[in-house]
Design a protein around this ligand. Structure first.
Ligand code: GLU
Length: 266
């Protein structure tokens, strides 16, 4: 009897080892190669990183970078919409292989998933109507400030201005509508989005004050999926080395990059 128990225990250990080994082997990189395309979660509401243009196409800085990465990996791309709130759960559940969605690499976010190297560097700002008298976040005590669920912006703003009333929205266009209609006094999120909205508004909106946080963007990959993470990191660095990064940066931000992603020697 004792011997039999020992046999079953040994068999279980062996099975668990085999299963563990084979699932570790079949990483995302292999899956993408078998499938013939990679599924990437991108924003549809965050110009100029990921948004829907007048022709109904999903375009932007994140999308161009993803297309380059796919080319380097020798595969095609399928884009799937994510929001600030859904991007990490969708990666964890396997609905997407990669998240390229204006996502700040925070230590807290690095617990459930992994991140690539940082590929864009921003900071949080405030967007308000042009008649707004405020000079910085200091002037928003008691004011209604919109933020998006799942974004860093709401909690960040609360830290610098605990007296503000944060009003949460699911997506950026809803917050923009609320700002235009006077239902909130401002929107807080990354500077580049705020500046783009101010420019597109033809004088109706403006950016207030200087960026007051550090928001380095990284792409999200699943935890412990290092072959895939390496491949994406190398592709981002190749884009820097061959000038593609600067080209798409100029295309979407209208200037030379102020800071390049790190490049490891070969
Ligand atoms: N970069 C910030 C974040 O990751 C704000 C932009 C966004 O909502 O994606 O939360």
């Amino acid at each position: 009897m004792k011997r039999l128990k020992g046999f079953w225990a040994m068999l279980m250990v062996l099975l668990v080892t085999i299963i563990g080994f084979s699932s570790a082997k079949a990483g995302t990189l292999d899956k993408i190669k078998q499938r013939g395309y990679m599924i990437v979660g991108v924003k549809y509401d965050f110009k100029p990183f990921g948004f829907v243009n007048e022709k109904g196409e999903v375009v932007g800085f994140d999308i161009d970078l993803v297309k380059y990465i796919a080319k380097k990996l020798g595969t095609k791309v399928k884009l799937v919409q994510v929001t600030s709130k859904t991007r990490i759960p969708m990666l964890e559940s396997g609905s997407v292989d990669l998240v390229a969605a204006s996502m700040t690499h925070k230590r807290k976010r690095d617990l459930p998933i992994d991140f690539t190297i940082s590929y864009y560097f921003d900071g949080q700002a405030i967007l308000a109507r042009s008649d707004c008298k405020a000079k910085s976040y200091k002037d928003f005590a008691g004011k209604r400030v919109a933020a998006i669920q799942g974004a860093t912006s709401g909690p960040n703003f609360k830290k610098v201005q605990p007296k503000a009333k944060i009003v949460y929205f699911q997506e950026y266009p809803q917050a923009l509508m609320a700002l235009m209609k006077g239902k909130v006094d401002a929107i807080t999120t990354d500077y580049t989005w705020c500046a783009t909205q101010a420019k597109d508004s033809h004088g109706k909106l403006k950016v207030i004050g200087e960026p007051f946080t550090y928001e380095p963007y990284g792409m999200g990959v699943r935890e412990n999926d290092s072959d895939f993470r390496d491949a994406v990191n190398f592709a981002i660095q190749d884009a820097v080395l061959d000038g593609t990064y600067a080209k798409i940066y100029k295309k979407w931000f209208g200037k030379e990059p102020t800071r390049l992603p790190e490049v490891w020697p070969k």
